[in-house]
Design a binder for this molecule. Sequence first.
Ligand SMILES: Cc1ncc(COP(=O)(O)O)c(C=O)c1O
Length: 500
Amino acid sequence: MNDKLPPSPPEQEQEGASPSLSVDWRPDPASPLPLHAQIAAHFLAKIRTGAWPSGMRLAPQRELCRRLGVNRSTVVTALGQLTALGLIEGRRGGGTFVTDTSSAETERSGNWNDYVEEGIHYPNLPTIQDINRLEYEPGLIRLGTGEPAPELLPGAAMNQVLAGLSQRVLPPLSYEEPLGSPVLRAAVSRMLERSGILADPASILITSGALQGLQLIALGLLPRGSTILLEKPSYLYSIHAFQSAGVKFSGLPLDGRGLIPERLAAEAVRSKAAMLYSIPSFHNPTGIVMDTERRKELMEVTGRLGLPILEDGAYQELWLDEPPPLPLKALDREGRVLHLGTLSKAASPGLRIGWIAGPEPVVRRLADIKMQSDYGASSLSQWAAASWLTGGYHEEHLHTLRRRLRERRSLMLELLRLHCTGLATWNVPAGGFYIWLSLLHAGPPRKLFTAALHAGLLLNTGDLYDRSDRRHLRLSYAYASPAELERAIPLLAGLIRAGG
Ligand SMILES: Cc1ncc(COP(=O)(O)O)c(C=O)c1O
């Protein structure tokens, strides 16, 4: 065991990972036991059971106050009691840690703090870890969340689908084929055909969300040390699937029409790129749609270079004004494009159903890795997804979802016009969820994130999608309710005006 974190991926340097603390517990004000005693007892149990191992860092006091919903003196008293018991200690250089009690015996059995810093997968960026946790704290307005609000998800229709499944003679309790349920693959194939993509079920692999598709491709198709080209900013910078597999990133500039083919060609040659990753429709985070001309040029340039493309179509069906141009996969005659899709962005992020369409040997190779990692996406989810698609529910739901997203988009744009004019500029997205807010004055993203948090707002700052960015926010009109947006945008404007 060495004592270092896995080296940070290039461009991903940030302060250390957030301390862990279970968030599903708060002291009970109605209990006869004082709050500080409840906290001390809870922490003591965590330490005694080994859930918090020797040497683990506790969250800073201010953070503890917020998470536990108590004031500073309560936390200080509780920590004082644990310090007196020798269970925690302050360290020079700052921070409170679970006392290192490692004896020769624990040394032999290993120190978990070393292990958790040892694996080959990079940890999430600290801000992403914070967001992943804070999204479940009540009371915060989620201004950047990349999923539809629960009230925009099709609960009633999905209940019908599930009720239909429960009428089957037997529920789907077995594993499915390596490529996934044939019924679901046939349904996805028909759905892709409506978007112009011809992929028969043998060319489709069902994944646990599009995210797993990215992971399988990173692990299965790209050698360590190879380079992938991508838009900068990009969703891909906010996850570490590729860097953890030893793949390097080379970010390409975007203009209002998407990737710039000449820049791409030059960089592909310079970096000897192995693949291009692109989100051509309703790009995450900028909302940009690559126009038809650019798509053709892109196919032409990459064709000359023999460069494979990974097309992420996560948002393509979420058009609000008019359908986007044909997907790159629909223009592909050589089997050079892998196309990713998902049910997460329209129907249900929780079902965890996505797909990869590509040449048969490629999807079979990826299916083989998938069989070694999870034996397939949940059979229940696959059956629900198949009924959802074959029953025509999806198309009907998209119709309603688009209307409701249009309303929220209009509201967000109007609020930005009223409160952010003179502070920032922004795009008018033609689909998807995002507005890429460009602040007129750059500033430290973490400062704005923290100030917003204290004001009750959860932000996705631009640095999550481009490590050097200091002037953007990814706003989403898909999650916060209209009433929340009306409260949040003036607050946000105030914070921007005050410089975070
Ligand atoms: C561009 C893009 N691709 C893929 C994903 C992963 O989605 P899921 O794994 O939920 O299908 C996301 C989610 O935010 C995304 O924005």
